[in-house]
Design a protein around this ligand. Structure first.
Ligand code: FAD
Length: 394
């Protein structure tokens, strides 16, 4: 693996910068008046119009067939410029599953809408009583002619209240091991019998939901792969989900911003960047981030199977550590100016200045949000178990 930057890569970065400069309106930038979904979908459609809706996908599925390093640069440039984050559910999670395990008809129906930013997806895996022990899930799907009838409940479903579609794990058999009776269904969220209830998190935002299914009829066409074989497709997807919680591009942007802020933040007559203790702590995180960046590229270069697989557990674990350490440093840097909780400001933007430096806005809210990285996509303990058993064969 060659990590040096080629002339082509430098030119590619330049092309991206120019595209972003020409298309990222102030309204679309972080902290604008738009909701998270509106900003994300609008930006996704702008990228899609340029052919970059899912550029990492193979050309036969509407992508550009970009290499891992090209896609990495693409994401890094967007993070640095403050572009809205594209929801990963469509292009990084369900899209690759449909590509690998779906039929041609399913690919033709769902993939263009996933890469074009037309469908907004959510993930229906977790249930009360089945999070870490995901295979214990109980939401039932019973075949009735050319439909499945779904009954049960999902929980912690991010963006379910905004989603057009859910990729869900359902139980189609109770015979044998729990893993053997699971099926993947793609469910239209407008189907009668689906209801969502908000779960408000400690940072005051509504992202998570409880989703109930009462006699929800799902066409059998929407089943991915074979009935009762969903566990292997679910694990394929989890490998990719964990890899993306590494958030290398976002953390790189945060390190840069922290240095900028520390340059202007003054303590005892000197800038915080001159404070040895702060410098050491920032340098330690930066070294961890550099190691994560290289591991990320290694895992993605090896990605011939279409999933980061167990490598995703390493990326998730280390990525969580780095994001949390950076959030902690930012909170310390801004002190009590990071603490105000102004809902309108955090969710939609507001026409009044933040009480304190602008970079303090939402710092503590973000710190609290990063705590959840330890849990979402599989807890830290579960990642350590996967690394010990599957990666290190202990
Ligand atoms: C912000 C956020 C967003 C989320 N979004 C989604 C979503 O969109 N879709 C979705 O399906 N789910 C989502 N989840 C749910 C998430 O996947 C689960 O919360 C997670 O898998 C843990 O499951 P649990 O909450 O049931 O905890 P439990 O599994 O009950 O775990 C409780 C504690 O026990 C520990 N533990 C459990 N088993 C073991 C073991 N074998 N060895 C060692 N320790 C163990 C865990 O590490 C944890 O500390 C989200 C969660 C969060 C926090």
């Amino acid at each position: 693996m060659d990590l040096s930057v080629s002339a082509e890569e430098a030119a590619f970065r330049q092309e991206l910068r120019q595209f972003i400069a020409e298309n990222l309106t102030p309204e679309l930038k972080h902290g604008s008046e738009l909701s998270h979904k509106e900003a994300s979908v609008r930006w996704h459609r702008i990228l899609a119009a340029r052919g970059w809706g899912a550029p990492q996908w193979p050309r036969e599925f509407g992508g550009q067939g970009w290499s891992a390093s090209q896609f990495y640069i693409f994401e890094e440039e967007q993070a640095i410029a403050g572009c809205p984050a594209i929801s990963p559910f469509a292009t990084k999670m369900v899209g690759p599953v449909i590509m690998h395990f779906g039929t041609k008809e399913q690919q033709d129906f769902w993939l263009p809408k996933a890469s074009g930013g037309e469908h907004y997806w959510c993930q229906g895996y977790s249930e009360p009583g089945s999070g870490s022990d995901l295979a214990a899930l109980q939401t039932k799907a019973v075949r009735d002619g050319d439909h499945y009838v779904v009954n049960g409940m999902k929980i912690w479903t991010s963006y379910a209240h905004l989603a057009d579609w859910m990729f869900a794990l359902v139980r189609t058999s109770s015979a044998g091991k729990t893993q053997e009776g699971i099926t993947v269904l793609l469910i239209d969220m407008k189907t009668p019998g689906i209801s969502t209830r908000p779960l408000i998190t400690i940072d005051g935002t509504h992202i998570l939901n409880e989703v109930r299914f009462e006699d929800v009829r799902v066409p059998a066409f929407n089943r991915i792969g074979e009935e009762n074989k969903g566990w292997s497709y679910a694990k394929f997807l989890l490998g990719n989900e964990r890899a993306l919680i590494a958030q290398v591009a976002a953390s790189t942007n945060m390190v840069k911003r922290l240095k900028d802020y520390a340059r202007v933040e003054r303590q005892n007559g000197a800038s915080l960047l001159e404070d040895l203790s702060f410098r050491h702590r920032l340098a330690e995180v930066e070294i961890e981030l550099e190691a994560l960046r290289i591991t990320n590229q290694r895992v993605l270069y090896d990605n011939s199977s279409g999933t980061a697989g167990n490598g995703g557990a390493i990326l998730k674990s280390k990525g969580t550590f780095v994001s949390q350490a950076l959030a902690e440093l930012l909170s310390e840097l801004v002190g009590f100016y990071g603490a105000p909780w102004i809902k309108e400001d955090l969710l939609h933007g507001r026409n009044e200045p933040w009480p304190g430096p602008a970079h303090a806005k939402g710092a503590v809210s973000w710190y609290m949000r990063t705590r959840a990285n330890t849990i979402e996509g599989g807890t830290e303990e579960i990642q350590k178990n996967v690394i010990a058993k599957q990666v290190l064969a202990l």
